[in-house]
Design a protein around this ligand. Sequence first.
Ligand code: OGA
Ligand code: MN
Length: 202
Amino acid sequence: MIDLFEPIIDGILTNGYGSTDEFLTPDETKVLASRLHQRRGAGQFREAGTGNQQVLVENAMRGDEIMWLDETTATPEEAVFLHRIGEFVAYMNQTCYLGLRDYEFHYAIYPPGTVYKRHLDRFHSDSRRKLSVICYLNTDWNDLDGGQLALYLPTASGDTERQVFISPKGGRLVCFESGLLEHEVLIATHERLSITGWLKTA
Ligand code: OGA
Ligand code: MN
């Protein structure tokens, strides 16, 4: 697992974001994608942002539907995912002394044509959010399908902002500091699936 986690940490420290293409195997990706579809078919998803006072603002911002994962109702493959995240958290705490205490994750599906406009996760709803983590579940994603995650990397003052575009390829995980990187989800031609979450401090 260390082989898996080390490049992510390296990336965060040197570039402001880290990623690996092998957080999930192709089989794990496929089965989580089908769980997502099953749960959505069973009516367990809701539009992101509904159920609180920010409904109107949120709905203009983002078009995804989500379902929060819960250890107590997780299927075996969801439990495997959450367990691996737990190992990542433990490794981050050992190597970077981040004081991570907790995490929260939800499935997300962006229907074709939907986006999540440029935003910062930290100001969103929870200042305990230290690291943002996105793991994609799209088994056959093609660059031409769109749906990239656009990261806006801060630069020394005076420089033009640098943008990075990351395709939501299945098995890929991206991680960055929630309070530092503004980012957005670009429009896609297909349903775009992920598990997204936050590693939180006390
Ligand atoms: C989010 C988010 C990015 C992505 O859910 O806050 O920014 O690539 N997701 O899905
Ligand atoms: Mn975000």
